[in-house]
Design a protein. Structure first.
Length: 133
């Protein structure tokens, strides 16, 4: 995505995308990865897997859930940036519903939209696990 991409508040991207883009920007600005690869392990814990619905309702009183969602937003956005940068840019051109946006992402990775949030974690872990190996 790079520094040429900024998020307009009027676009109202989902929290996972907004936070993910913010952290990727920090990575690029600082010249280093700020979210450690070890955090991918959080995406492998079945007890932490949550659908998009629960992402929109993260309870700040549950620190584990908040960390999981933060980690997920970063890694899913980084996955998009690394594998589908044109798609990522297109998601930031106009306001769209979160469901529409997530449907486009699911389609780009040949995932069923209804199963997207239960499938994406494994794809992300597999991709970055191979990249780090």
């Amino acid at each position: 995505v790079g520094s040429e991409m900024c998020i307009r508040d009027s676009l109202r991207p989902p929290a996972w995308l907004k936070e993910g883009l913010a952290m990727i920007s920090v990575d690029q600005f600082s010249g280093k990865t700020t979210v450690q690869p070890e955090t991918l392990a959080a995406l492998e814990r079945p007890s932490r897997q949550a659908g998009a619905q629960s992402y929109r309702q993260v309870r700040v009183t549950d620190p584990d859930a908040a960390v999981y969602q933060y980690v997920r937003g970063y890694w899913v956005t980084r996955y998009l940036d690394g594998t589908q940068p044109d798609l990522l840019r297109s998601l930031l051109v106009r306001q769209q519903s979160h469901r529409e946006l997530e449907g486009k992402v699911a389609a780009a990775f040949d995932m069923d939209h209804e199963e997207f949030w239960s499938s994406i974690d494994g794809a992300v872990v597999s991709h970055f696990g191979q990249a780090d190996a």
